[in-house]
Write a protein that binds this ligand. Structure first.
Ligand SMILES: Cc1cc2nc3c(=O)[nH]c(=O)nc-3n(C[C@H](O)[C@H](O)[C@H](O)COP(=O)(O)OP(=O)(O)OC[C@H]3O[C@@H](n4cnc5c(N)ncnc54)[C@H](O)[C@@H]3O)c2cc1C
Length: 235
């Protein structure tokens, strides 16, 4: 993972970038203090106490006033896991209470050009059916199998496009390591839930890499709130 201010690279060709954000550390405390008709301009020790109280007692609604919009480039198999985070989505209308919002590049318009190449081939875990542990012994052979099939697929995809086949149909032969790009907009609480589940030993290594970067961004954007949130969760 490399890093600059607003864009961090993840895996071989992916990235996470913050496009926009609504709120700051003061947003949570001011949202809570509106109950008393009060508003603060500066984050103080009393605010730390209040944020901790809210997190400890599951008064989560003030945390939903912070919103972040990310631009993510990730392999399709990672996004399939990420897309499972849907709370608050209301798909049948433009109902304003939806929490996550998703928009994605379309392989019907844009030919797929980037594919994830694993650095190491991990071995199947012996005690967890969905996990990996260590590496397979014959890395070279695994890489050869991967390279052969990728060459064949990329050649065939190009052939179909050259034959004039529509991009929406030619893409049906592409594998899950194709990179896709999305805009993901979610509240502080929803992002914390994502980190909780995906920066976790049970999660697949690749999505963990993304969750770690999202966590770094949250610490940079909302240092006080994020620090207290994790202190409370990890108690
Ligand atoms: C290690 C791992 C393995 C997984 N394996 C599989 C798998 O094999 N197959 C599969 O289909 N999925 C799998 N998932 C996805 C998982 O089941 C969740 O769909 C996904 O993690 C999203 O979590 P979430 O529901 O907390 O997220 P969100 O949709 O963002 O929900 C956030 C929170 O809102 C609350 N919430 C959401 N919906 C409701 C509701 N209807 N009522 C009340 N409260 C609600 C819950 O507190 C929830 O935690 C896996 C996830 C992980 C982390």
């Amino acid at each position: 993972m490399t890093k600059d201010t607003q864009k961090k690279t993840v895996l071989d060709k992916g990235f996470v970038e913050v496009i926009d954000k609504l709120g700051s550390d003061l947003t949570v405390v001011n949202s809570a203090r509106v109950s008393f008709g009060q508003k603060k301009q500066e984050f103080t020790e009393r605010d730390r106490v209040l944020v901790r109280y809210l997190a400890e007692n599951k008064h989560y609604s003030p945390f939903r006033h912070i919103i972040v919009q990310f631009h993510v480039k990730a392999p399709e198999f990672v996004m399939r896991q990420w897309y499972k985070h849907v709370v608050g989505i209301e798909t049948s209308s433009s109902y304003p209470a939806k929490d996550h919002a998703w928009n994605e590049i379309s392989g019907r318009y844009v030919p797929v050009s980037d594919f994830y190449t694993p650095d190491k081939w991990r071995a199947q875990s012996s005690d967890n059916k969905q996990a990996s542990e260590g590496q397979v012994e014959n890395q070279d052979e695994a890489k050869k199998v991967f390279d052969n099939v990728m060459n064949e697929i990329l050649k065939s995809y190009d052939n179909l496009l050259e034959l004039g086949v529509a991009k929406e149909q030619a893409r049906v032969i592409l594998p899950l390591n194709q990179f896709t790009e999305v805009y993901w907009t979610a509240s502080f609480q929803a992002v914390m839930n994502f980190i909780d589940l995906r920066d976790h030993t049970h999660a697949q290594w690749e999505i963990r890499e993304y969750a770690k970067v999202i966590k770094e961004f949250m610490f940079e954007l909302f240092p006080e709130t994020t620090k207290i949130w994790f202190e409370v969760q990890n108690k």
